[in-house]
Design a protein around this ligand. Structure first.
Ligand code: AMP
Ligand code: MG
Length: 397
């Protein structure tokens, strides 16, 4: 493996472009409000009416007709939810935040800016028409697009849907994912290890990451290291998934059956190996029906790289979202060496704008990396980036 030339590894941007070009946008389905958070908008969410629907008060205070500072006798009390009568001329109506502005009033004097003596209000500052009034349509006009297709429905976006009075949204179907782990050495957590065995952890990483990215995890299965079992498992996975993710078994060892099995199943290679460190042994292919198949490396921190730099973008493309990875800019807490032909992708702890290494220098050091909340991207180069250098990092969900 070490004899291969650097140019044989596909730069990660190029690999990602091939993945994105290969996936198809999934269909839409109607999703009810209670299930909306985490989904992706499929058809534009349009305001059925303007908001606010009625001019109302932005403050607790007094609704008046602007033009003077009073004095005004208090003629009414208006609470949020009331349907008030017109303002008695030359008077003030006590009004709560959100209370409908009565006809005849065009401003609100906040409670902090009045003096009240014997039921008569005087403003302590001048008032202009429109002061502290929330006007009809100031939030949104009837017919405006509030959420465009491809927008992720965060809790905030979901509450905006509720605020429009809507009970459902046409969302993109959740990408269906089958996760296959390969390796005869793997045993489930909870089972005591015999010599040579390790506890299986990649399916937890892949499953949780893709579920958080909005996928439906159809199945997680461990595949024995035989050609027959590998072919059978991938054939079933292709039938059930939009995205098949396997881990391990993709290199060139005697037990690495993934690539031959996928070749037999008619999956066309998109690329083999990316120019990252760790994470280079990634195989990606496209089935005749457009299902994306990825063989991620078995080492957990290598697996993490393909997952975030390739598969989350693929999922975002399937759901009509901008597939370019979301990154933050942060400074390195300590110097770090660059590699001439490979992007380094290192799990780090991002705190107060600084990225700290956790000593996870090798791709099997999962426990050391466990506290990481960002994948720092160290661009290619021949030197060492000094402490304080600003780099991109992908937040880890
Ligand atoms: P492979 O790519 O199959 O050669 O695996 C590379 C390394 O990753 C080996 O040390 C495997 O034991 C380890 N590995 C493979 N799959 C998993 C998994 N699902 N969970 C944890 N470690 C794994
Ligand atoms: Mg293996």
């Amino acid at each position: 493996m070490t004899t291969e030339l650097p140019h044989e590894r596909v730069p990660v941007d190029e690999a990602r472009a091939r993945v994105i070009a290969a996936v198809r946008l999934l269909d839409t389905e109607s999703v009810g409000l209670a299930e909306l958070a985490g989904r992706t908008v499929g058809e534009a969410v349009v305001a059925p009416h303007s908001l606010p629907t009625h001019a109302n008060s932005a403050m607790d205070g007094y609704a008046v007709e602007a033009g003077s500072a009073g004095p005004w006798p208090i003629s009414a009390q208006i609470l949020a939810g009331d349907n008030p009568a017109p303002l008695v001329p030359n008077s003030a109506a006590a009004i709560a935040t959100g209370g409908v502005l009565p006809d005849g009033a065009d401003a609100v004097v906040p409670i902090e800016r009045v003096e009240v003596v014997d039921g008569v209000v005087t403003a302590t500052e001048s008032i202009a028409s429109g002061d502290f009034v929330r006007h009809v349509g100031a939030d949104v006009q009837a017919g405006d697009v509030v959420l465009h297709p491809g927008t992720r429905l965060t809790p905030l976006a979901t509450s905006a849907v509720a605020g429009l009075g809507l009970t459902s949204v046409a969302c993109i179907r959740r990408p269906r994912v089958v996760v296959l782990t390969t390796g005869d050495e793997l045993v489930p957590p909870g089972v005591p290890l015999e010599r040579g065995q390790i506890h299986e952890s990649n399916s937890v990483l892949v499953g949780a990451t893709l579920a958080a990215a909005g996928c439906e995890i159809v199945r997680i299965a461990n595949v024995p290291d035989t050609a027959e079992a590998t072919r059978t498992a991938f054939a079933a996975a292709l039938a059930d998934a939009d995205l098949v993710v396997s881990t391990g078994g993709v290199s060139v060892g005697p037990r690495d059956h993934v690539k031959p099995a996928l070749h037999e199943l008619g999956v066309t290679e998109l690329f083999w190996r990316i120019a990252t460190q760790p994470g280079q042994p990634v195989w990606c292919g496209s089935a005749p029906d457009g299902t994306l198949v990825t063989g991620l490396p078995g080492n957990p921190l290598s697996c993490l790289v393909g997952l975030h730099l390739l598969l989350i973008p693929a999922v975002r493309a399937m759901t009509g979202s901008d597939p370019v990875p979301i990154t933050v800019r942060a400074e390195l807490a300590a110097p770090i060496a660059q590699l001439p032909a490979r992007l380094r992708a290192i799990p780090m702890l991002l705190q107060a704008g600084r990225l700290e290494e956790l000593g996870a220098g090798a791709s099997h050091q999962l426990s050391r990396a466990a506290r990481a909340n960002a994948l720092a991207l160290i661009p290619t180069g021949t030197g060492e980036l000094p402490a304080g250098t600003i780099v991109d990092a992908v937040p880890l969900a």
